[in-house]
Ligand binder design. Structure first.
Ligand code: GRF
Length: 211
C-alpha cells in the first residue's frame, strides 16, 4: 500500500482495457508512441492520464492535444521530501483508477515507498541493453567501449535503479562514425516500437496470471 489513505472507487475500465498512467519529464516521444498505439481498438491499454514532475515538459501539451488528461505535479515545492511528492503522484493515479504505471523518460529516482506500492505493475524503458550501462550517458559509454550494437530495454521497476526483470529488448547496430546523438536517435526509433509492444504483452500476460 502507498500509505495515501482510502482509495475512492476508480472509474470503470473501457472495454476491459487496463488503465495506464504514463509518467514523463521531457519531450515525451515514447509517450507519443504509446498514445498512438493505444488508439487501436484492440490495444489492451487505455491511457488514463499523463503526469509530469516538470510543468514545462513538452509531452504534457502533446498529450492534451491528443485528448488525454495531462497533469503537472511539480516536485520542487516538495523540496527534499521525495516521499511527499510521490504521495501526490500516487493519489492522482489511484483517483483515476490506474492499474499499471509506465515510466517514459521520468527523470526522478523513486523511493522504495512508491516502488513497493506499484511492485509488478510499474514499467520503465532504458536506453541500453541492460544489464549493460545502467544509469546515464548510455550511448557515449557504448561507443567508447567499442560495442558493435546498442539498444533499449523495457523492464519492471524494482528498488535497484535499472535492475528489474527484463520484459523486452530491441537491438540496433552501432555504425562507424556514430556519435552519442546519432546513436540515441537510432535507439529512440527502436524504443517507439518496443515500448507499445512490451506494454501490450505485459498486460496480456498479466490478465492470465495477475500479479
Ligand atoms: C528515452 O531515451 C528513454 O529510454 C529514457 O528517457 C528517454 C525519454 O525520451 N528513459 P522521450 O521523453 O520519450 O522522448
Amino acid at each position: 500500500m502507498s500509505g495515501c489513505g482510502h482509495d475512492p472507487a476508480p472509474p470503470p475500465a473501457k472495454d476491459g482495457k487496463t488503465r495506464v498512467a504514463i509518467l514523463i519529464s521531457g519531450a515525451g516521444s515514447n509517450m507519443a508512441a504509446l498514445l498512438e498505439a493505444a488508439k487501436a481498438a484492440d490495444y489492451p491499454a487505455e491511457i488514463a492520464v499523463v503526469i509530469s514532475n516538470n510543468p514545462e515538459a513538452a509531452g504534457l501539451e502533446l498529450a492534451r492535444r491528443a485528448g488525454i488528461e495531462a497533469l503537472a505535479i511539480d516536485h520542487r515545492p516538495f523540496g527534499k521530501v521525495r516521499h511527499d511528492h510521490e504521495l501526490a503522484l500516487d493519489a492522482a493515479m489511484r483517483l483515476r483508477g490506474v492499474e499499471v504505471v509506465v515510466l517514459a523518460g521520468y527523470m526522478r529516482i523513486l523511493t522504495a515507498h512508491l516502488v513497493r506500492a506499484w511492485e509488478g505493475r510499474m514499467l520503465n524503458i532504458h536506453p541500453s541493453l541492460l544489464p549493460n550501462y545502467p544509469g546515464l550517458d548510455t550511448h557515449a559509454r557504448a561507443i567508447a567501449a567499442g560495442d558493435a550494437e546498442a539498444g533499449c530495454t523495457v523492464h519492471l521497476v524494482t528498488e535497484g535503479v535499472d535492475e528489474g526483470p527484463v520484459l523486452g529488448q530491441a537491438r540496433v547496430p552501432i555504425e562507424p562514425g556514430d556519435t552519442a546523438e546519432t546513436l540515441a536517435a537510432r535507439v529512440r526509433t527502436a524504443e517507439h516500437k518496443l515500448y507499445p509492444e512490451a506494454l501490450a504483452a505485459f498486460i496480456e500476460q498479466r490478465k492470465t496470471a495477475p500479479v
